[in-house]
Ligand binder design. Structure first.
Ligand code: GLN
Length: 386
């Protein structure tokens, strides 16, 4: 070990430790537990897509991609946005490929949030939002989603708006609850932001994971919202390859030009062969409806197997996460219970309090069901024994 210089580093994120997803995955590995904590599939991405990446590597597509992303991929995204959502994004100036959703979120916030700017964050919130705001000198202003279905109380959002509000962050389908925003939510957001200079950052990485006949109607479906929004998507969630760290951001020119100023210095560009491969793959795979069914079946399989357990739940409307209420089992705090569940029962999950900035304890754990039936069945058996 290198001896430490007598330096004092004043942390820029004094209240952050290691992200809960790394903590729980590491604990799962240490105790050889079934890992339903960090959100990632334990099955393979398409063989065709993997082979396309290999082919592009072998053909020599191994140097920097354009800063904005490979044009063919941006065109494929523009085509998808128009076909699925009736939205027109110019691939030249309004679409940027990123190294995952998290990078896109950080970049967008860094591009527009200054010292003292307030950003409304709906809690529980994915854990990278607040640090990105804080590192830029912004102030997260928290508004709680309402139990039991995690809906947005728009009157509270309205109340949280001040002259310093620069941005509202939304996430649909929502991590960790799986809640899906409705048409009426989008209308409220339109009403609240009309005639203001408030921007929106919409995290829609689970766009294709909506269940029970629901539809994803994100920002892009509403021109008056799209004109003030960064919208963030993820290839990893759609194509089962979260480790490739690929995503994209859509925004009108005025926002995208600022986004690019930061992106070019933060990462410059994203993985080249993967971008070419995704562009080809998207051309031949335009139907995303199978994905809803695929994950809905996984959710139902998992819930079917734990229906006689002591956990309580209502089926997640979207995303690949299911919240389970363990209040009938123990009064332990959710972090302690998640740790004990991993160590003693061999199933890792994420305590929902990790998605709050203040100590919260709703007796809820989040389980990722993006797993094979075999894994889900084994995990369910263990959960039923508790
Ligand atoms: N989005 C994934 C989740 O919620 C985790 C990604 C990460 O670990 N940064 O579990």
């Amino acid at each position: 070990m290198i001896s430490d210089l007598p330096l004092t580093v004043k942390s820029k994120l004094p209240h952050s430790g290691t992200t809960i997803f790394s903590v729980m995955s590491a604990l799962a590995n240490e105790y050889r537990a079934i890992n339903l904590s960090q959100g990632f599939p334990n099955f393979e991405s398409s063989a065709e897509l993997i082979s396309l990446v290999t082919q592009y590597m072998q053909k020599g597509y191994n140097q920097y991609a354009p800063m904005q992303g490979v044009m063919l991929l941006r065109e494929a995204i523009a085509e998808k946005m128009e076909r699925l959502y009736g939205a027109k994004y110019n691939p030249e100036s309004e679409i940027n490929i990123t190294s995952g959703g998290t990078q896109a979120i950080y970049t967008a916030i860094t591009a527009v949030i200054r010292e003292g700017d307030e950003v409304i964050v709906l809690e529980p919130a994915y854990d990278c939002y607040a640090p990105a705001i804080l590192l830029n000198g912004g102030i997260p202003v928290y508004v709680s989603l309402k139990q039991p279905d995690y809906h947005i109380d728009w009157a509270e959002v309205q109340k949280a708006i001040t002259p310093r509000t620069r941005m509202i962050m939304i996430n649909t389908p929502h991590n960790p609850s799986g809640a899906v925003m409705q048409e009426k939510d989008m209308r409220e957001l339109e009403r609240i932001t009309r005639d203001t200079d408030i921007m929106i950052l919409s995290d829609e990485v689970y766009e294709h994971l909506v269940f029970d006949g629901r539809e994803h109607r994100g920002i892009a479906c509403y021109p008056s919202l799209a004109e003030r929004s960064f919208v963030i998507y993820s290839f990893g969630k759609t194509y089962h390859n979260t480790g490739w760290k690929m995503g994209y951001c859509l925004a009108p020119v005025s926002l995208m030009s600022e986004f690019r100023k930061v992106h070019q210095y933060l990462v410059f560009s994203s993985n080249t062969p993967v971008q070419y491969a995704l562009a080809d793959y998207m051309k031949n795979n335009r139907d995303y409806t199978g994905l809803n069914k695929f994950y809905e079946e996984k959710r139902d399989f998992f819930l079917g197997k734990i229906k006689n357990s002591r956990f309580k739940f209502s089926p997640a409307p979207g995303s690949y996460f299911q919240l389970l209420d363990y209040s009938g089992i123990t009064s332990e705090g959710d972090f302690d219970f998640a740790v004990r569940l991993t160590k003693e029962h061999g199933v890792a999950s994420v305590p929902v309090s990790a998605f709050y900035h203040h100590p919260a304890d709703n007796k809820l754990l989040r389980f990722c069901f993006a797993k094979t039936e075999e894994t889900l069945e084994k995990a369910a058996e263990r959960l039923c024994r508790i």
